[in-house]
Structures are given as C-alpha cells and as structure tokens.
Design a protein around this ligand. Structure first.
Ligand code: 5GP
Length: 188
C-alpha cells in the first residue's frame, strides 16, 4: 500500500460511464442466468456498496427491457473481520443472522475486488456450511496477478493491473469510497 497518496484526476482508471455500461451488461447477464428464480444478492461490506446498489438496479433495468424475464431479488450483507492484528480476514459475520435464511437459496456474492482470493475463499467455505442451493460470485474488479488461492469467479466487471485502486466503494484509510469512478492511488 502506498505511504502518502492522493488520487489525481489523471489517475482515473475506469471512468463513470465505463463502469455503468459494464454494470448494465452484468445486470442483463445475471437476469438471463437466474430467469424466473429467486436470487439473494449478498454484499460484502463495505467496499461493494456502490457496486451492489448499481448492480441491483441494473438487474431491474434489464427486466424492464425484457418483461418476460423476472428475477426476485433479496438483499443480504456480510462483513469479514480479522483478529489478532491479522491483515487477512479470519471470520465471517452475517449481518442479518438467523440460522437458516440462506438455506436452499441461490446466492450471488457481490464483491468489490478480488486480490489474493483469501477473503472469497473464507466466505465461500462459510456459505457452503449454510446449505445454500447455489453460490456464485460477481466481482467488479479482479486483480489476477495477486492471486494466492484459486477461486472461481462467475461474473467479472473489469480486470485491473497490480496497483492499489480506490473509488466507487473502495477505500484507502476509509477515504475515497464516494468517488464515482475507479482511480489509481498515486504516490506523492
Ligand atoms: P483478497 O482477500 O482477495 O486479497 O482481498 C480482498 C479485499 O482486499 C477487498 O475486498 C478489498 O477490501 C481489499 N483490496 C484488495 N486490493 C485492493 C485495492 O487495490 N484497493 C483497495 N481499496 N482495496 C483492495
């Protein structure tokens, strides 16, 4: 992670129109794949919130264009926590709780970015214990060059290079989450 940083305007990596266009495509694809089924969008807090909101509306927008297709969408969220000063998450906290609310459901994990893959692996293994019908993964960004554990990703917005990115939900020290685009953090 860079020491002193500031996202400069010229450091925009993925512009707002480009993000929104791709999210609309993902919405269309997800609608087609889950046609006439129930789907739980499972957002991973906090980085995925903007993507989650736009993706869920994109699924609805795709439905308006193809009224014969319908997906019943439910929102749920998880938060990953780490203990003992570990930088890697070590536990999954389901925000809603309840022992069986994911049982026999189609779950689509909505992630901001997949880097080493460790967060996703932990979450995936946890969800499998809850006896869901299906578990798939949709990430806005994928950084495959940093992968340490193999993971399967079903929907990818964009592949990004090995650099630290912020914006559109992604933070650096809790800043920059409200940028409407993805930017590279430049060292100053
Ligand atoms: P993984 O477990 O795949 O290594 O990491 C996933 C998490 O690390 C993401 O959900 C995100 O919180 C954080 N992360 C990984 N790469 C970046 C990055 O380039 N920028 C930001 N802001 N967070 C990142």
């Amino acid at each position: 992670m860079p020491a002193a940083t500031k996202p400069l305007p010229e450091s925009v990596l993925i512009s707002e129109p480009c993000l929104q266009k791709r999210i609309r495509e993902l919405g269309t694809q997800i609608l087609a794949d889950y046609e006439n089924q129930e789907l739980i969008l499972l957002g991973v807090l906090r980085g995925s919130v903007l993507f989650f909101a736009d993706l869920s509306r994109a699924i609805f927008g795709a439905q308006l264009e193809k009224p014969s297709r319908e997906v019943q969408v439910r929102f749920e969220f998880v938060q990953l926590t780490s203990y003992n000063n570990n930088t890697q998450p070590s536990a999954v906290e389901l925000i809603h709780g309840g022992s069986d609310y994911l049982e026999h459901q189609n779950i689509l994990i909505v992630e901001d970015i997949i880097d080493t893959g460790q967060t996703l692996k932990l979450l995936y293994e946890h969800l499998r214990t809850l006896n869901p019908k299906t578990v798939k993964v949709c990430t806005l960004l994928d950084k495959p060059s940093k992968r340490r554990v193999p993971v399967t990703i079903d929907y990818i917005g964009f592949e990004v290079p090995d650099a630290f990115v912020v914006g559109y939900g992604l933070d650096y020290a809790q800043q920059y989450r409200n940028l409407p685009y993805i930017a590279l953090l430049e060292s100053t």
